[in-house]
Design a protein around this ligand. Structure first.
Ligand code: VGL
Ligand code: ZN
Length: 238
C-alpha cells in the first residue's frame, strides 16, 4: 500500500479507540478517588437553645432534622463551644461593657456576649436529644481565653487550629455539609473556612438557626455564604 493510504487506514481504525478513551476518562479503572462527605454539626449546646444564655429562636426544633440527616453522610463530627470562665468574648470580662457591644480585641472587632458555653457547665453540654451514635469526634473551640473562635476549624485570628481540617483530610473527605447553631456566627464561619481550605461546602439552612442580634443577620449570612461559593440549600433539596 502506498504510504499516505496506509496512514489514512491506521487513523480511521484508531480514531474510535481514542475517542472512546477520551469520553470515558479514567472510568475504565475502578474508581478510587471518589469524594467522601462529612456532616459537621455545629454547637448544638444548651446555651444556644431556647432557655440558654445566648439563645437562638427555634434552636431546639432542628434537632430531629439533624438526627434524621446523619445517615446520609460518610462521616459525622460535631463542634462544641468550650470557653474557660472569664473568656475575653464575655461582656462580664470588660467592666462597663454590655453584651451586643463591639470592642477592639487584639486588633480585631469582637462582639461581646453574655457568659456562655463555660467549660463543665450544663449550658456547654451538647443537647441530650442530639443522636450521638454516629458522631465520631467532637472538636472543642474557644478554649484560648484571649481569642474567640466561631469556626470549627480555626480561631478568629486564623492561628489556633482545632485539628478538624487534618482529620477530615485524613479520612478522605472532599465534601462538607454544615448544620447547627448559630447560622450567623459559628455555622457561617465554619462553612467559610471549609470552603476556603478547599472543601465543596453546603449549609443546610433549615437545619440551622440564627442568633439575629439584628433581625436580618441570618439572611445576611446566607448572602455572604453564597458570595463565598458555599451552597445554601434546604434539606429537601439535597
Ligand atoms: C456562637 C457566639 C459566640 C455560636 C458561639 O455558636 O454561633 N456565637 N459563641
Ligand atoms: Zn462562644
Amino acid at each position: 500500500m502506498a504510504d499516505p493510504i496506509r496512514r489514512w487506514w491506521l487513523t480511521a481504525a484508531l480514531l474510535p479507540v481514542v475517542l472512546l478513551q477520551a469520553a470515558c476518562g479514567d472510568s475504565m479503572e475502578p474508581s478510587t478517588d471518589a469524594g467522601k462527605s462529612a456532616l459537621i454539626i455545629v454547637d448544638m449546646q444548651y446555651d444556644f437553645s431556647p432557655g440558654g444564655s445566648l439563645p437562638t429562636a427555634g434552636g431546639d426544633e432542628i434537632v430531629p432534622l439533624i438526627n434524621s440527616l446523619q445517615d446520609r453522610f460518610d462521616l459525622v463530627v460535631a463542634t462544641q463551644d468550650w470557653h474557660p470562665q472569664g473568656h475575653d468574648s464575655f461582656a462580664s470580662s470588660h467592666p462597663g461593657r454590655k453584651s451586643g457591644e463591639v470592642i477592639d480585641l487584639d486588633g480585631q472587632q469582637q462582639v461581646l456576649w453574655p457568659d456562655h458555653a463555660v467549660q463543665e457547665t450544663h449550658g456547654a453540654e451538647l443537647v441530650a436529644e442530639l443522636d450521638r451514635q454516629r458522631i465520631v469526634r467532637v472538636f472543642q473551640k474557644g478554649t484560648n481565653p484571649a481569642v474567640d473562635s466561631y469556626s470549627g476549624f480555626y480561631d478568629n485570628g486564623q492561628r489556633g487550629d482545632t485539628g478538624l481540617n487534618d482529620y477530615l483530610r485524613s479520612e478522605g473527605i472532599t465534601e462538607v455539609y454544615v448544620v447547627g447553631l448559630a447560622l450567623d456566627y459559628c455555622v457561617k464561619y465554619t462553612a467559610l473556612d471549609a470552603a476556603r481550605v478547599g472543601y465543596s461546602t453546603t449549609v443546610i439552612v433549615d437545619a440551622s438557626r440564627a442568633v439575629n442580634l439584628k433581625p436580618k443577620d441570618g439572611d445576611e449570612a446566607v448572602t455572604q455564604l453564597r458570595a463565598a461559593g458555599v451552597r445554601v440549600l434546604r434539606s429537601a433539596q439535597l
